[in-house]
Design a protein around this ligand. Structure first.
Ligand code: NAP
Length: 245
């Protein structure tokens, strides 16, 4: 009997946090993985750990995306590249940070999807998983640049769901609440103390909790699309309302 080929999953933002954990979870579920991010050394280390591949990728750079797409066969894309920069009110908004958040979170999803759609159309049980956020459906003070970007991600996910219906390409948006990764460290420019404060007094999600959910979505039968799913720590009700001890 012919051995069934493994599906191939490309994970963006695989050098850290949810992306890295997703590479591990998908590899454990029997998929072949491609770990992609700017910090290629981290991706290479992860790839050798799980027996997958690593590719350098800057989702904000069209050439980098084109280079990645050339000759890459893929069945599943997990868009985890992204994050927040700063927590200033709109009045004090930093133009460059807002641009960067839009580039990595929103335009990055568009670029990578656009470049890999021909490959996805040839793929087996093709699927796109997009990391949204509670910030994609809620707003909070100081979050304007990030919530605007994640609201846009939510809109792009829903748009793709309509546009790819005819192609039978599944589109899944996974929207986490507080997950302890490098997210807050990046948001606060490397200020570890301020980053730790975000999770103080509560038990946040671990990257693995979200990765397990993504692996569940990706391993459903081809006729099942987990369209949108939110995942939060038990101690979190909304983006800002939490129970802390
Ligand atoms: P993280 O640990 O900071 O990981 C972010 C990843 O994105 C890194 O691997 C980073 O890799 C990559 N990245 C950023 N800009 C990129 C670019 N221009 N090109 C390629 N890769 C880029 O944070 P995380 O928590 O895992 O975040 C993953 C996703 O989940 C993000 O979209 C974030 O918005 C979303 N999310 C996180 C939380 C949370 O609380 N942590 C909650 C809701 C949603 P390089 O720097 O090596 O390129």
């Amino acid at each position: 009997m012919p051995v069934e080929q493994q599906r191939i999953a490309l994970v963006t933002g695989a050098s850290s946090g949810i992306g890295a954990a997703t590479v591990r979870a998908l590899a454990a579920s029997g998929l072949e993985t491609i770990a992609a991010a700017r910090r290629i050394e981290r991706c290479e280390e992860l790839a050798s750990e799980v027996g997958g591949r690593a590719l350098r990728l800057d989702v904000a750079d069209l050439d980098s995306v084109a280079e990645l797409a050339a000759g890459t066969e893929v069945d599943v894309i997990v868009h985890s590249a992204g994050g927040a920069l700063g927590l200033e009110p709109v009045e004090e908004a930093d133009e460059e940070r807002w641009r960067q958040m839009y580039e990595s979170n929103v335009a990055g999803v568009m670029r990578v999807t656009k470049a890999l759609l021909p490959a996805l159309r040839r793929g087996r049980d093709p699927q796109i998983v997009i990391l949204g956020s509670v910030a994609g459906v809620e707003v909070y003070e100081g979050g304007g640049g990030y919530t605007a970007a994640k609201h846009a991600v939510h809109a792009v996910a829903q748009t793709l769901r309509l546009e790819l219906l005819a192609d039978a390409i599944r589109v899944t948006e996974v929207a986490p609440g507080l997950v302890e990764t490098e997210f807050s460290l990046v948001r606060f420019g490397g200020d570890a103390e301020r980053a730790a404060g975000v999770y103080e007094g509560l038990e946040p999600l671990r990257a693995e909790d979200v990765a397990e959910l993504i692996a569940y979505c990706v391993t459903r039968p081809a006729h099942v699309d987990i369209d949108y799913v939110a995942i939060k720590p038990t101690a979190q009700a909304t983006a800002k309302i939490t129970r802390r001890e």
